[in-house]
Ligand binder design. Structure first.
Ligand code: ADA
Length: 553
């Protein structure tokens, strides 16, 4: 399932068979054609635990007409072929893309996806990093047989009016034929509907706007995550031709001085950074495991998560919408120097990840802020220009949410004035032996002096490492659970009692596998700063954080 509810009642859309044949394309033939299940990462296969290379996924499908193959995520370079013809070529593991075959003859067709997770020269975002860059078709694949036109985008913006709410929709419709089409388009939400006549020029995409007053809509909030089903419905020649169903929540986010407000109420953020990484499943955890994470996060008393350092699976976002967990979602880029940002592909690949993220996840009410460019070169002129361009891009794609970026703890930041919320990653007591309050105050002073005065501030990372099951009752040994507790206690207490910050995202929820190149810095080849290990076995810090989050209501 690509979402946790039905997304069509008219469009013919079905999930591709989960069984594919996979073979590696390396010289030694590490994996001969073998049946695997999709979605998954190939590292789940015992023979491919450390495979970095190319591989081919194949299956036979039965299809006809205007076929849309919607791939939810392929890690991290994909070429999609149908009957040997290249239909799509996509870079980036964490967002969906589609491949089209128009006027296909009815019958059996060979679908192949060539996947590559090598760190080649043309890859500017996927690099050896402090998380693992997996290989494989990591999210579900859909087969859709479309009529002459289809709804290619459906964004709904809830707006607070004087008397209740309104829902403003932007709906893009693509005419797949080489002649003009005529029909109508309807938008419905919360028991209200609006329809307009529609002309579609040949081979083109047209956008239509709607605004529906919803005076009785109940607002969405973490305490009361009320969702409404909304539908865009396309009629051609008086017959239903296509539809798209989504869910929205009525809520408004804005900043006012140093505060972040959700429906006018001040947010106090207590949350975690969470990588999409789960034991043997890697990036491709089953939805049951996603739900388990959501339950653990609620049990810990967290009210928010940050999708470090890339867009997340829409099913995880559905669970956040459903259970009232606020989300900071960010496009893909972590820890890049100016030189790496000058890579000729860097801005193209970042723009793509950013645009796909916002376009695909716009309707999730749980997303309260867009992020980008974690710990890149915001301290150089060139780097700062890249930040500004991406902030502008985010605002142009969605001007209803604030934008932010988690900045590295170092002086010289040049973009505090360019984001709506200033966010900082600090690791006092872990990487630096300084008191937490000293480190925080120093950073806050710099933010004030360098353009960020009067803006909300989030501590987007703080944390300490521990290896699950390694104990030192004295609380001194590095990597012991006791020492992690000691450091987290002073960090959390100091930050949550500071009136100058809107909250904290702890680094991190669960331990994550890191790329081989990082292994000498990371015992077990894992970033061990989770309050659980990679199988979600709680460390002592789990109970400590739960207690502290409860105390700071
Ligand atoms: C950084 C970074 C994370 C992780 C963390 C750490 O701030 O954003 O991805 O690497 O530090 O564990 O040191």
């Amino acid at each position: 399932m690509e979402r946790l509810f039905s997304t069509h009642s008219i469009r013919s859309s079905r999930e591709c068979s989960p069984i594919w044949t996979l073979a590696t394309l390396d010289e030694g033939g590490l994996l001969q054609p073998e049946k695997v299940i999709v979605p998954s990462v190939w590292e789940s296969h015992p023979a491919l635990r450390n495979y970095r290379g190319r591989a081919l996924y194949e299956q036979t499908i039965h299809a006809s007409g205007n076929l849309r193959i919607a791939l939810g995520g392929v890690s991290f370079r994909a070429k999609v072929y149908l009957d040997g013809i290249l239909l799509a070529d996509h870079y980036g593991a964490y967002t969906g893309f589609d491949a089209f075959a128009l006027n296909l003859a009815e019958g059996e067709h060979r679908l192949q996806v060539e996947v590559d997770n090598r760190f080649t020269r043309d890859s500017a975002l996927h690099l050896p990093n402090d998380y693992y860059c997996y290989g494989g078709i990591n999210r579900p694949v859909l087969l859709e047989e479309l009529q002459d036109a289809y709804i290619s985008r459906f964004h709904v913006l809830p707006k607070k009016m004087e008397n209740g709410w309104s829902a403003d929709a932007e709906i893009a419709v693509r005419n797949l034929t080489s002649h003009p089409l005529h029909g109508s388009l309807c938008f419905s939400v919360a028991g209200h509907e609006s329809c307009i006549p529609m002309d579609l020029p040949e081979n083109d995409t047209s956008t239509f706007s709607f605004s529906i007053p919803c005076p009785d809509a109940e607002p969405w909030s973490p305490d009361s995550p009320v969702l409404y089903t909304t539908q865009a419905l396309l009629t051609l020649d008086r017959k239903p031709a296509d539809d798209l169903i989504d869910r929205i929540g009525f809520r408004e986010i804005r900043t006012e001085g140093r505060q972040i407000l959700l429906n006018g109420r001040v947010l106090h953020l207590k949350g975690f950074n969470r990588h999409e990484d789960y034991g043997v499943f890697g990036l491709s955890a089953p939805v049951e495991a996603m739900m388990h994470d959501v339950q653990l996060l609620h049990d810990l008393g967290a009210n928010c998560i940050r999708t470090c350092h890339y867009p997340n699976d829409p099913r995880f976002l559905d669970l956040c919408d459903e259970t009232g967990l606020l989300v900071w979602e960010e496009s893909h880029a972590r820890g890049l120097s100016e030189e790496q940002m000058r890579h000729p592909q860097f801005m193209n690949q970042l723009r793509l990840s950013t645009t796909e993220m916002v376009n695909q996840h716009f309707n999730h009410p749980s997303i309260f802020v867009w992020g980008c460019l974690n710990e890149c070169a915001d301290n150089t002129e060139y780097g700062a220009d890249c930040y500004r361009e991406i902030f502008m891009l985010l605002h142009s794609l969605d001007n209803s949410r604030p934008v932010t970026s988690a900045l590295l703890e170092r002086p010289g930041g040049r973009v505090y004035g360019d984001m709506d919320i200033v966010s900082i990653n600090i690791y006092p007591q872990w990487y630096q032996d300084v008191p937490v309050s000293e480190s925080l105050q120093k950073k806050l002073k710099e933010i004030d002096a360098c353009g960020g005065k009067g803006k909300p501030v989030i501590v987007s990372e703080i944390g300490a490492g521990a290896i699950y099951g390694y104990h030192d009752p004295f609380g001194e040994a590095k990597w012991s659970e006791e020492r992690q507790c000691r450091i987290l206690e002073s960090q959390i207490t100091s930050i949550l009692s500071s009136p100058d910050v809107s909250g904290v995202f702890l680094w991190q929820f669960a331990d994550v596998r890191v790329d081989e190149e990082w292994s000498m810095r990371r015992p077990r080849t894992y970033n061990n700063k989770g309050v659980t290990d990679e199988y979600r076995r709680p460390k002592a810090s789990y109970m400590l954080v739960k207690k502290l989050f409860k105390e700071f209501q």
